[in-house]
Ligand binder design. Sequence first.
Ligand SMILES: Cc1cc2nc3c(=O)[nH]c(=O)nc-3n(C[C@H](O)[C@H](O)[C@H](O)COP(=O)(O)OP(=O)(O)OC[C@H]3O[C@@H](n4cnc5c(N)ncnc54)[C@H](O)[C@@H]3O)c2cc1C
Length: 345
Amino acid sequence: MIIGQGIAGTCLAWRALQHNLSIEIYDQGAKTSASSVSSGIINPVTGPKYVKSWMMDDLLPAAESLYTAIEQDINEVIVHRRRIWRHLKDIKAENVWDSRMVDPSYEHFILRPDDHRAHLDLFNGAHRFGIVTGGLHLDVKKMIGTLNQRWHREGFLINEIFDESQLEHVEKGYRYNGTIYKHVIMAQGYQGIGSRLFASDTYRPVKGEVLIVSISGLDLDDIIKFGKFIMPLGDDIYWIGSNYQHDYDHDQPDPTQTKDLYAFLDDVLGLPYDIMDHQAGIRPATKYRRPLIGEHYEHKGLYLFNGLGTKGISLSPYFSGMLIESIKNKTKLDATKAYKDSFHI
Ligand SMILES: Cc1cc2nc3c(=O)[nH]c(=O)nc-3n(C[C@H](O)[C@H](O)[C@H](O)COP(=O)(O)OP(=O)(O)OC[C@H]3O[C@@H](n4cnc5c(N)ncnc54)[C@H](O)[C@@H]3O)c2cc1C
């Protein structure tokens, strides 16, 4: 049984089916799941110091391989290889960027644009950019939505709220709603934070708001990061986001929390636009910025797959593979291979 069909549950379920495991998925289909509002970017070089993201040399090949296999399986285009233009805000930033350019371990990941004039026009004047290559943009909504419909049709996706208090540990596994499951994986994103079975004080959930905007004539193929991300969705529609809110009292879009996004559109981009949608999601982040993946210390066969934070699209393919392999082969999770600190359970 897999609880949750965000990016985590979707990768787990697809892999389990590839291994001919029999599964059932519970998902309540919340529109505010982090996955449904995510930009779906796998960005190999991140942060103000332009460093290669944690485990990127392992995560990127796993993501490319899994998402392209799913793409073929569902016969929909979901993987886009887009460059990311990073604004280099001052000479210090340019120097850091230049130091990465001569570092062989960054060879496949960064370029300095020879001609960035087209983009200079966008931002009222002289700004310099570096280009991140080798990353991916996943159409998360299309992937999750297509598989959701397929699995629902095939009868093993149950569109219901899973009630943890009704899960019973029995001799052969776990009983829920009259069915006995040998293994249960809880992949609920931020909604799993209140779980009594996997109570943890390491969660630090972070809300993010996003605007979906129509900007005619902008004509971008690449993604631009100029404080905020501008990501083309096709047909002159762009994903603009996001922000990071640590204090909030609900999970819905909040018009009082979008000032920074409007300031970006009005003051930085400075082009006419129409707002098509306003969305919000909560990232299941942790204090240590590492996922929470593993088997319950006491209840064998009960697993947690959560804490994917700001990087669920990058992390899910690699770690779902590891968890499903360990269940299928009845082996312990390979904590050495997975970098010990990613397992807190
Ligand atoms: C604005 C924003 C932008 C982001 N951009 C990126 C990005 O570019 N790249 C990247 O790698 N990551 C990004 N992230 C982070 C990424 O979206 C998350 O890490 C990831 O989506 C978490 O996935 P999840 O499956 O763990 O949780 P979720 O997406 O929240 O999915 C959990 C699912 O479980 C279901 N569920 C929970 N409890 C129950 C229950 N009791 N019964 C039934 N169903 C239940 C929910 O309905 C939901 O469908 C972004 C996040 C946000 C908010």
